[in-house]
Design a binder for this molecule. Sequence first.
Ligand SMILES: Nc1nc2c(ncn2[C@@H]2O[C@H](COP(=O)(O)OP(=O)(O)OP(=O)(O)O)[C@@H](O)[C@H]2O)c(=O)[nH]1
Ligand SMILES: [Mg+2]
Ligand SMILES: [Zn+2]
Length: 287
Amino acid sequence: MRGKVVSLVGGVYDVYTLNKQLVKVKPLGILKHKKIKILVGDEVEVSLENMTLNEVYQRENSLIRPRISNIDLGIVVMSLVKPNYSSYLLDKFLTLLNLSKIKPLIVITKIDLIEDRSVIVKIKKQYELLGIKVIGFSKETREGLEEIKNEIKNKTIAFMGQTGVGKSSLINIIDPDFERKEGEYSSSLGRGKHQTKEVILLPYEEGFIGDTPGFSSLELDIYKEDLASSFPLISSYYHECKYSNCLHKNEPGCKIKELVSKGLLDPENYQNYLDISDELILRKDRF
Ligand SMILES: Nc1nc2c(ncn2[C@@H]2O[C@H](COP(=O)(O)OP(=O)(O)OP(=O)(O)O)[C@@H](O)[C@H]2O)c(=O)[nH]1
Ligand SMILES: [Mg+2]
Ligand SMILES: [Zn+2]
């Protein structure tokens, strides 16, 4: 019987089968021998007789942080405050999604905590330039809820983002039966308390909602060259740069610098690109 891995606890996998049963299975030894890693999100074949996981089907895509596969839509959740909004971090998440060829969506939470609506308008404008939809959301007023529900309908989606931004809270509002634990934002730590510990997929309508553990910082484990071709917006234009190995800094004939000068790439996003690039090493340095 075919199914989808929805969670992993202590070597036992929860698989949601095609006939909508939740079963606990253990992988066959041969999968371990072949060093086949099983991820939440994987499409698998299980034996209901032996309660074993026998085969992992080829993945459409997979993410490293959070560890999850076969995602139709990656929703980056970012709060305005507690923790503070950061386009720099947002751009890192979007780069990861781009690298895995997963369509992004941005949800800005806790919009009830600020009065100045112009902040959200600015974020929307900035990311719509990159072709990415932005939805403002409040757990208190439920603004944005219907729009989010519309976006996730019948898809396998994953909420990702820093700890404490409100991923689990949002999932509970989509359907209170999910009963996801919510954590407090700690002012003394300056971050959330890592309430969600494991990646989990929750069956929702004809799709799945992924809740994932937040992190307080995000290191991109990629090379400068990868960033130069996968950063939001840059990924659509870098092949128009004069040099194929262009890092979009001071090279002549750089399409990206042209986009910035024409106002088609927000200078803030471009600065984020430069800052993130500074943290990475060149692939060719390795050899
Ligand atoms: N005012 C307000 N508070 C919110 C909103 N969304 C979430 N919170 C609060 O933010 C805190 C953290 O929420 P969680 O849902 O646990 O955050 P999380 O992203 O799941 O965090 P991790 O599981 O640690 O990654 C809780 O105290 C929520 O009540 C919102 O829209 N407005
Ligand atoms: Mg959570
Ligand atoms: Zn360039």
